[in-house]
Write a protein that binds this ligand. Structure first.
Ligand code: NAP
Length: 250
C-alpha cells in the first residue's frame, strides 16, 4: 500500500520525539493521529500539517477510556490503521529508590508500560478486523532498556518491560500480519534530556555533561522502520548520540 493511503497513531506527539516523528510521517505521505494530553499543542501541530493529513486527539495513554476514544476517532476519520508508534513516556526524579514515593512509581508505570499495553490492545483489535489486515507497532524503548542510569528504577524497570512487550507483540502478531519492533534511543535533544546540558549523575558519583543528537535522526529512523512492507521488520534499532556513555562501561 502506498504511504499516501497509510494511517499512523503517534502517542506522546505533543513534543519531542513524538512530534518530530509524527511530522516526518506526514511529510512522507502518511495520515497521522497525534495523541497526548496537551490538546492546545496537538491542535497547533495538526493545523500546521494540514487538514486531511492530521488529527489531534487529546489522550492520556494510562486511561483505558481515553485510549479507546483515540482509536475510535482515528478509525472514524481515516478508516484504518497501519502503524502505532507507542512513544508516550516519562521519567521520575533521580532520587534513591527507597525515597521514591509510591505514587510516582505508579505514575511512571502507568504512562510507560500500562499505556503502551492499552494502545497495543486497541491496535491489535483494529489490525485483526480490517481489510487488508495487519499493521506495525513500534515501541519506544531506550538505552535504559539495556542499562540503568543512577537513581532511575521506575524508568529503567518500565523500559526493560517494554522489551518484553515488544517481543510478545512480534510473536503473537505473526499469525495476523502484525509486526512488533522497538527503537532504543540514546540522548536525543528533547525537553526530557535538557538537563544533560548542565550535567547528569554518573555511576562513579560524578556529574557530567553528555552529548545529545538532533531529534530528527530519530524521526528519520521511524519513517524508515514504518515504510517497510509487513513481511520485513527492523526488530530492534538503537539510535544514539555517538559519544554518549554506554558502550565500554561508561
Ligand atoms: N529523548 C531521549 O533521548 C530518549 C531516550 C530514550 C527514550 N526516550 C523515550 O522517548 C519517548 C518520548 O520522549 P521525549 O524525549 O520526546 O520526551 P518529552 O519531550 O518529554 O515528550 C514526552 C511526550 O510524552 C507525552 N506523554 C507523557 N505522558 C503521557 C500520557 N500519560 N499520555 C499521553 N501522552 C503522554 C507528553 O505529552 P503530554 O504532556 O502533552 O501528555 C509528550 O508529548 C519516551 O517514551 C522516552 O522514554 C527518549
Amino acid at each position: 500500500m502506498a504511504a499516501q493511503n497509510k494511517v499512523a497513531i503517534v502517542t506522546g506527539a505533543s513534543a519531542g520525539i513524538g512530534k518530530a516523528a509524527g511530522v516526518a510521517l506526514v511529510k512522507a505521505g502518511w495520515k497521522v493521529a497525534f495523541a497526548a494530553r496537551r490538546a492546545d499543542l496537538l491542535d497547533k501541530i495538526a493545523a500546521e500539517c494540514g487538514a486531511g493529513k492530521a488529527l489531534a486527539v487529546a489522550t492520556d495513554v494510562g486511561k483505558p477510556e481515553s485510549v479507546k476514544n483515540l482509536f475510535a476517532q482515528t478509525k472514524a476519520k481515516f478508516g484504518r490503521l497501519d502503524l502505532l508508534f507507542n512513544n508516550a513516556g516519562m521519567g521520575a526524579p533521580a532520587v534513591p529508590l527507597d525515597e521514591l514515593p509510591y505514587e510516582k512509581w505508579l505514575e511512571v508505570v502507568n504512562a510507560n508500560l500500562n499505556g503502551m499495553f492499552l494502545c497495543t490492545q486497541e491496535a491489535f483489535r483494529l489490525f485483526k478486523a480490517q481489510n487488508p489486515k495487519g499493521g506495525r507497532i513500534i515501541n519506544n524503548g531506550s538505552i535504559s532498556a539495556h542499562a540503568p542510569r543512577p537513581f532511575s528504577a521506575p524508568y529503567t524497570a518500565t523500559k526493560h518491560a517494554v522489551t518484553g512487550l515488544t517481543k510478545c507483540i512480534a510473536l503473537d502478531g505473526r499469525a495476523h500480519d502484525i509486526c512488533g519492533c522497538q527503537i532504543d534511543i540514546g540522548n536525543a535533544a528533547t525537553e526530557m534530556t535538557e538537563r544533560m546540558n548542565k550535567g547528569v549523575p554518573q555511576p562513579n558519583g560524578t556529574t557530567m555533561v553528555e552529548p545529545r543528537m538532533n531529534v530528527q535522526h530519530v524521526a528519520d529512523a521511524i519513517v524508515h522502520m514504518a515504510s517497510l512492507p509487513l513481511d520485513a521488520n527492523v526488530l530492534f534499532m538503537t539510535v544514539m548520540a555517538t559519544k554518549m556513555p554506554f558502550v565500554g562501561r561508561g
